[in-house]
Design a protein around this ligand. Structure first.
Ligand code: 4AD
Ligand code: MG
Length: 462
């Protein structure tokens, strides 16, 4: 086989002149005709496959025309204008080499498989149409996250994955330890964590926020985008034990500026997807969520509603809707309430702000009423909570009082208090779950289907 540089199928399909080329990829389907045979070859560079045409003159024609779906192939041939409908180019193969064979037991046959089944073969599902589209979009949009912040002069900070602090205080940290689980060192009948690797109890981070705040008080506008871990045992379609979070933190900013940043960011991501991922979005629009494109185009222009928690509770109470959990001022909004607000009342994204202090984390800034804090959640149809954020408490004495009230151990957070001791300033930030954003932008309904290798209770195999 003549040595020739491989050209991606995406590049080939967007060529403007016919030429001799080499392509490599995996067989999606084989059709044996009377005179010639056809193979659809896909290399993941784009949604479409390249149509290969084989004539019987090829020395391995018999083998090629009987290839099974899933085989890996290298071909050389002439890229010519396709006489058939449905594609502009096809490749008239002059030589083909089978790099990796496959047989009928290949689990990804041409028929349509359920997402549940595809999850059970998470190692092979990237080769399917739907997951090809999902993971190409995930890659494009992850790049767009960095573009957005870099274009605005934000500093990217890599916050730690192993930490001694439970930022959200919800007790959902996975433990990291090198102690022998059967015989841990003990002191006063308790595990002696001072003998552990880091000399204290540590776990996987639930959020990079606290370290983000430190960097914001040095670099003004910062963000982190990394994996976060939560050992919450909730088996829902919107929770994963390992997920990626985008967390900007901005100095000299209040809650209104924080909401504005969240709105600008979401609008940018939607516009970026519409402009750069149309082929994959067309698939989602046709096969996954009818009307997705219209929804995204409307969102790119929509005004985001802002209402206070107190107003939200009143609207829900007046709605006449019967909820499984009653709505009462002071209670956390359940996902049924969140979805009713964003889907039924406002039919679009809505920021709910100023929640009661007792249902929010210790770091949120106390409002003058002393009952609510400067918090915000962005709720969107179908996905529910997409963003959670707040203005941070920058007043040392108020923060100390709040930590005592919430039972947050001060001895672990002396460094966090130090930025309030020297050069404290108003600042704010938020966290946006990247997988929830992808669910929103693709129409996929289960978080397990927008992350390459989902971690949920009982599942960490692949
Ligand atoms: O509302 P959360 O818990 O906020 C924080 O962690 C803040 N420290 C963020 C900050 O202000 N820097 O989480 C933020 C977002 C949620 O709105 C949701 O989109 C996502 O992270 N999220 C999850 N996504 C998938 N699986 C889970 N288990 C998630 N928990 C939160
Ligand atoms: Mg939240």
């Amino acid at each position: 086989m003549p040595e020739r540089p491989r050209i991606s199928i995406k590049q080939l399909l967007s060529s403007d002149s016919a030429q001799e080329v080499c392509a490599k990829g995996w067989v999606r389907s084989v059709r044996r005709g009377k005179e010639v045979s056809f193979i659809a070859l896909n290399d993941g560079s784009c949604f479409a496959s390249l149509q290969l045409v084989f004539a019987p003159e090829l020395e391995n024609y018999e083998q090629l025309s009987r290839l099974a779906t899933g085989a890996c192939l290298a071909v050389v041939g002439a890229l010519i204008e396709s006489p058939a409908a449905g594609q502009r180019w096809e490749l008239q193969v002059s030589e083909a080499q089978i790099l990796g064979n496959a047989d009928d037991s290949y689990p990804l046959q041409k028929k349509r498989h359920s997402f549940e089944f595809l999850r059970s073969i998470a190692h092979l599902r990237p080769r399917s149409n739907a997951f090809g589209a999902v993971f190409r979009m995930r890659s494009e949009l992850s790049f767009a996250v960095h573009r957005f912040f870099m274009d605005r002069g934000f500093l990217q900070v890599q916050t730690p994955i192993i930490t001694a602090n439970d930022c959200e205080g919800a007790g959902e940290m996975f433990r990291v330890t090198t102690l022998d689980p059967l015989q841990p060192p003990k002191k006063n009948a308790q595990v002696d964590w001072s003998q552990d690797f880091f000399g204290e109890r540590t776990g996987l981070t639930v959020s990079g926020q606290l370290q983000g705040e430190l960097f914001a008080t040095a670099f003004t506008d910062v963000y982190t985008f990394g994996p976060t871990f939560r050992a919450e045992n909730s088996n829902t379609s919107r929770h994963a034990a390992e997920f990626w979070m985008i967390e900007p933190e901005i100095a000299f900013a209040d809650l209104a500026a924080d909401c504005q940043l969240g709105e600008d960011f979401l609008r940018y991501m939607v516009t970026y997807a519409l402009e750069n991922c149309h082929e994959d979005l067309d698939f989602f629009n046709q096969r996954i969520e009818k009307g997705l494109l219209d929804k995204l185009e409307t969102l790119a222009r929509a005004e985001f509603i802002r209402i206070s928690y107190t107003e939200a509770v009143e609207r829900l109470q007046k709605s006449g809707q019967s909820f499984q959990f009653p709505v009462e001022w002071g209670c956390d909004l359940q996902s049924e309430h969140e979805r009713y607000l964003t889907e039924q009342i406002f039919n679009g994204p809505v920021f709910v702000t100023d929640y009661p202090k007792q249902i929010k984390a210790f770091y949120m800034r106390m409002n003058d009423d002393r009952k609510t804090v400067a918090a915000m959640d962005l709720l969107v149809p179908r996905v529910g909570e997409l963003i959670g954020g707040s203005q941070r408490e920058e007043r040392l004495d108020v923060l100390q009082a709040r930590m005592a009230e919430c039972g947050v151990p001060v001895e672990h957070l002396d460094w966090y208090l130090d930025i309030r001791r020297w050069g404290s300033c108003p600042h704010a930030g938020f966290g946006l779950g990247f997988e929830r954003l992808l669910m929103y932008l693709t129409g996929m309904e289960n978080i397990r289907d927008v992350i390459p290798f989902p971690r949920t209770p009982g599942h960490a195999r692949f």
